[in-house]
Design a protein around this ligand. Structure first.
Ligand SMILES: C[S@@+](CC[C@H](N)C(=O)[O-])C[C@H]1O[C@@H](n2cnc3c(N)ncnc32)[C@H](O)[C@@H]1O
Length: 242
């Protein structure tokens, strides 16, 4: 796994963060050292997805990156049949995903495609996965996507979301950020790397509160909602369509 040193040298001007070739090369190291409980969340989501997946339906992984969820789901499902559409608008991410699948078996069940998740049609989904991706859409466009997902899901289908969040109380938000930066330091990131990454993500990744996410899910029509994993400023939800 290539080590993420993308922000280790001072850059002036600092370009906004994007999922380009350089990021794709170090993506696994970056995400594992930047997202608390990343692997744990994927494992449990794969188990939840296997539970909610209905034969003959489709599973969508929206903002799939290089396929970390898809690979864990493949292992979780074993020989069980499924159809997954894995969607991302970063060409190097989709190229990396396809390359990865070429070395595995049973991968005809996964179809990686380069597209904007806001414009794709959702065809008979029983599970939709939206990991660390809603946060990159403009807040106004988030409502439309969650509405579209709720409308498309089969009855009893599930939406699985993970997001970076912000606390509504400024003091709590500061405390959470302090613990998050400690987590990054413990994982070997320097002060310069932490501050440059934060600056590069400003206005690119816009976190919302737990309350905003819950309200959006309810407005879309979800009634069964569980915040099943939370670590300071990261949260994962399960929302079921009745
Ligand atoms: C933090 S990564 C997601 C990580 C991935 N879901 C995982 O669990 O490993 C965010 C991804 O969302 C993609 N993305 C952001 N906006 C998008 C959009 N409008 N349509 C499709 N993909 C998008 C980015 O290219 C990037 O690969």
């Amino acid at each position: 796994m290539a080590k993420d040193t993308l922000f280790s040298q001072g850059k002036n001007p600092l370009p906004p963060f994007e999922f380009n070739e350089q990021v794709v090369e170090v993506f696994d190291d970056m995400i594992e050292r930047s997202v608390p409980l990343y692997r744990e969340a994927l494992r449990r989501q794969a188990a939840l997805a296997a539970h909610f997946y209905r034969e003959g339906s489709r599973l969508y992984d929206l903002g799939c990156s290089n396929g970390n969820f898809g690979v864990v789901f493949l292992q979780t499902m074993g020989p069980r049949d499924f159809q997954m559409d894995a969607v991302d608008n970063s060409p190097p991410m989709i190229a990396a995903y396809r390359k990865r699948l070429a070395h595995l078996s049973g991968t005809e069940r996964i179809r990686p495609q380069e597209a904007d998740i806001q414009h794709i049609a959702l065809d008979n989904p029983s599970v939709v996965v939206l990991n660390l991706t809603l946060q990159f859409l403009h807040p106004r466009q988030r409502d439309d996507l969650i509405d579209k997902i709720h409308c498309a899901l089969v009855s009893g289908g599930a939406l699985l979301i993970t997001e970076k969040i912000v606390h509504s109380d400024p003091g709590m938000a500061t405390l959470q950020q302090r613990f998050y930066y400690d987590f990054k330091r413990e994982n070997g990131y320097s002060e310069l790397e932490i501050s440059q990454k934060r600056e590069a993500l400003e206005n690119v990744l816009i976190p919302e509160t737990v309350e905003s996410h819950g309200n959006r899910l309810k407005r879309a029509g979800f009634r069964k909602i569980d915040l099943w994993l939370k670590w300071f400023n990261f949260a994962s939800w399960l929302a079921i369509k009745e």
